[in-house]
Design a protein around this ligand. Structure first.
Ligand SMILES: [Zn+2]
Length: 409
């Protein structure tokens, strides 16, 4: 599963932060947690298809958490969606959506299945599928607010095919029965026990979405042993009075929930607009719970860290672009030599004049015209290529900083 924060602001958006929304991608389906204004645009920018949305979970009815919902539904209609959409929220969502659609004269070509949680409900399993379920629990906010936990069900253990073959299992049906937990009797009467061949069931991944709440036991229950806990950290601890006054958490509270729940990774978001640099909040969270990250809009986080390495490796290819552009930059240190494989899949960025900014790809392309512009860089006879180099250097730093700052463990 991949978690993609789409908006990490709290009630007021800033120039760089959007209203709350988090997408969870799982095997081609998308689950949206809250739908602030601009959530659909951020999905587009993240490369997440809106048509793949299965369910939308709304935590509560503070406007910033659902203000993008009608716009998104309208887009789905324009895209001629035909499969049903499930919306899970506190009681009242159906009335809100239907009134808005009626007001705008929109007739949907697809069905919306509303799953409303009656106010006062402490816990409920709102979705239950063959391979995953979602539970909702009441949090502690100024108004009725739900936190969610998305849990994959345990996956069957791995089949040791080699051992099975040695014991004489040959037919597909026999393998299937063993995998399903049934013992198999072979033609010669030998019984092959399923427990000998199939390993322990593997625990499914899990993700908890806890936002707009003070510290409360239900937050811990939602987050218990999760792979990723996405928790709000609206304030720093120095404003803890304000946090409890407004029904919010500080970064310290988020760390407390993560510690008590023994989550594997805490991701904090929902930052107050007063923090232009949220690293202050990250520092505070890490004092209480070290494996903590800042939610970075559009920056995907894998529930299984072994997959995370794959994405970091892919990004390393960016370093190669700067190889020929400057000899002095120490930003290249340690890493580019570890790189293997070509960067042929990388499309070089273009500047405003539509020319490639990547001098390494220029060199590779071998075009005479490009070469001459390169030469002028070295001679210092033209300002423009120098700027390009600077641009390359900056962009390299920018693209990698989030990984450095949020080194996982
Ligand atoms: Zn909020």
């Amino acid at each position: 599963m991949i978690v993609v924060p789409l908006g990490v602001a709290s009630a007021t958006p800033t120039a760089v932060r959007h209203l709350p929304a988090v997408a969870l991608w799982r095997e081609g389906s998308v689950f949206l947690f809250d739908c602030g204004e601009n959530a659909q645009m951020r999905m587009l920018q993240a490369g997440i298809k809106r048509s793949k949305i299965e369910c939308i979970f709304i935590s509560h009815f503070d406007v910033d958490h659902y203000s993008g919902l009608i716009g998104l539904i309208s887009t789905l209609q324009l895209q001629r969606r035909d499969k049903p959409l499930r919306i899970i929220a506190p009681e009242g969502i159906q009335e809100y959506v239907e009134w808005n659609l009626k007001f705008s004269g929109v007739e949907l070509g697809f069905e919306i299945i509303f799953i409303e949680v009656a106010e006062g409900t402490d816990e409920a399993r709102v979705i239950d599928e063959d391979d995953y379920f979602v539970e909702a629990r009441a949090l502690k906010h100024r108004r009725y607010c739900l936190g969610y936990r998305f849990q994959e069900k345990d996956k069957p253990g791995k089949v040791d095919a080699e051992k099975a073959t040695k014991l004489g299992v040959t037919e597909d049906q026999q393998f299937k029965d063993l995998k399903d937990g049934q013992d198999v009797t072979l033609a010669d009467g030998t019984v092959v026990e399923s427990s000998d061949i199939v390993g322990h069931p593997r625990a499914g991944d899990s993700f908890a979405y806890v936002t707009d709440t003070e510290y409360c036991p239900n937050a811990v229950k939602l987050a218990l042993n999760t792979n990723i806990l996405y928790h709000e950290a609206t304030f720093s601890d120095s404003l803890s009075d304000k946090a409890s006054e407004t029904g919010h958490s500080s970064a310290k509270d988020a760390a407390r929930v993560a510690t008590e729940a023994q989550t594997k990774l805490l991701v904090i978001g929902h930052f107050s607009a007063r923090y232009t640099n949220a690293h202050l909040l990250l520092k505070e969270a890490r004092e209480g719970f070290y494996p903590a990250w800042l939610a970075n809009e559009l920056r995907p986080i894998f529930t299984d860290p072994t997959h995370e390495r794959g994405i970091v490796k892919a990004k390393v290819e960016l370093k190669d672009l700067t190889k020929e552009s400057s000899g002095s930059g120490n930003y290249r240190k340690g890493g580019s030599d570890r790189r293997s494989g070509g960067s042929k899949n990388f499309r070089p960025r273009r500047n405003s004049e539509g020319r490639s900014n990547s001098s390494s790809s220029r060199g590779r392309s071998g075009s005479g015209g490009y070469r001459s512009s390169n030469r002028s860089t070295r001679d210092g006879s033209s300002d423009k290529p120098k700027d390009e180099n600077r641009w390359n250097k900056d962009s390299s730093n920018r693209s990698r900083s989030s990984y450095r700052d949020q080194d996982r463990f």
